[in-house]
Write a protein that binds this ligand. Sequence first.
Ligand SMILES: Cc1ncc(COP(=O)(O)O)c(C=O)c1O
Length: 395
Amino acid sequence: MTIDVGRVRADTPGCEHVVHFNNAGSSLPPRQVTDAVVDHLRLEERTGGYEAAAAALDRSERAYDALAALVGADRDEIALVENATRAWDMAFYSLSWKPGDRILTSRAEYASNAIAFLQTARRHGVHVDVVPDDETGALSVDALRDMIDERVKLIAVTHVPTQGGLVNPAAGIGAVAREAGVTYLLDACQSIGQMRVDVREIGCDLLSATGRKFLRGPRGTGFLYCSRRVLDRLEPPFLDLHAATWTSADSYEVRGDARRFENWEGYVAGKIGLGVAADYALGLGIDAVEERVTGLAEALRGRLAALPGVTVHDRGARRCGIVTFTVDGHDSRDVAARLSAAKINLSVSAASSARWDFEARGLPSLVRSSVHYYNTEDELDRLCEALPGPVTTGA
Ligand SMILES: Cc1ncc(COP(=O)(O)O)c(C=O)c1O
C-alpha cells in the first residue's frame, strides 16, 4: 500500500490554506475527524449531552477498538484521557516507591516526565538514572542492560523525543525490561500515528499517547495502554465513581480494566473524533504512513544540509518525521516567525522542553519542522526557499 497523496490532501482542508510542518505540535485534521466531532456537538445541541452520549455510544466505544487495533492491544487495555501527559501521569503516579528505588530513563526525555521523576525523587528518595546514549545518539540498550539491578523499579523512556528525529529502540528496551521483570512505561506521544507502534512487539507494560499530533485527532484527547500483566498492581492516583465502585459504606473496588485510569466526565465528541482518526490511520496502513513520512523527512534533511549556514541536528540510526535545524546567525524563533509570515507553519524546540538533551549536546533552540504524509516535495522546496541566508561576519 502507498499513500494516495491527492486523496489525503483532498481530505485535509487545511492544505489549501497553509504549508503545515508542525505535525509534531498538532496536525491538520482530516475532515472526517472534524465532521465527527462537530456532528456530535450538534447532536448535544439538539438533544442534550447525556442523551447524545447514549445515542452515540457505539461511536465512542469504537474508539477503544480502533486504538487497540492501532497499537496491537485488546480494547480493555485502553483508557481514553485528555492528553499524553495525563495518560503518562496516571500510569507513573500509580507506582508506589520506597527510598533507594531506581528509575532508568533516557537523556532525550520530555520535560514533564523529567519533572515528575524529580518530584518523585524529592518525595520518596528515589534515584533517577539517565541511561547513556550509544554512538548514534539513541538510548544504548547495552548500557541499559548493564544498569539493571534489583533496585530498578521502572524503565520509562520516550520513544520519539519532542526535539528531534531520533527513534529510540523501544523493542530492544522492552527485551531488557522483560528479562529483568521491570515495569516499562513508553512515552509514544510523538511516535503514534507516524510509525508502527505495537505494544506486544515492543514489550512495554504501559504506553501513553496523544490525539492531536501525528494521529491527527482532536485536541484535548489522549490515551493510555495498560497491559493486563500489570493492571492489578496499579492503583491510580485518583479514583472516582467511574474508575471504581463504592461497594459499601467503607469500601470500594477498582475497575478490572484500563478504564480505571479514566474519570467519569469526558470529552465525548473528542473521543469519537479520536476513534475516527485511528480508523483513518488504519485505513491508510501504518507502514505506508511511515514509509512516506520518513521519506519526506530524509528528503528535507538532504535539502536543508545542502543550504549554506544550515545545520541539521537529528540523531539516531533510525529517524522519523521530525526534522530539527539551525540557521547560522539567526535565532530559531525569528526563523519560525519569518516562515509563519509566508504561511509555512513550523515550531521551535527550546531547552526547557528537554533540558538533559539540550545541555549535554550544547544545543541552542532548534527550528522543528515535522512532516506528515500529506506534505509534498513542492512544500519542502517552499520551506527551503523561505529560509533566511546565513549571516556572515568578516572583513
Ligand atoms: C515526547 C512527548 N511526550 C509528552 C508530550 C505531552 O503531550 P500532551 O501535550 O498531549 O500532554 C509531548 C508534547 O509535545 C511530547 O513531545
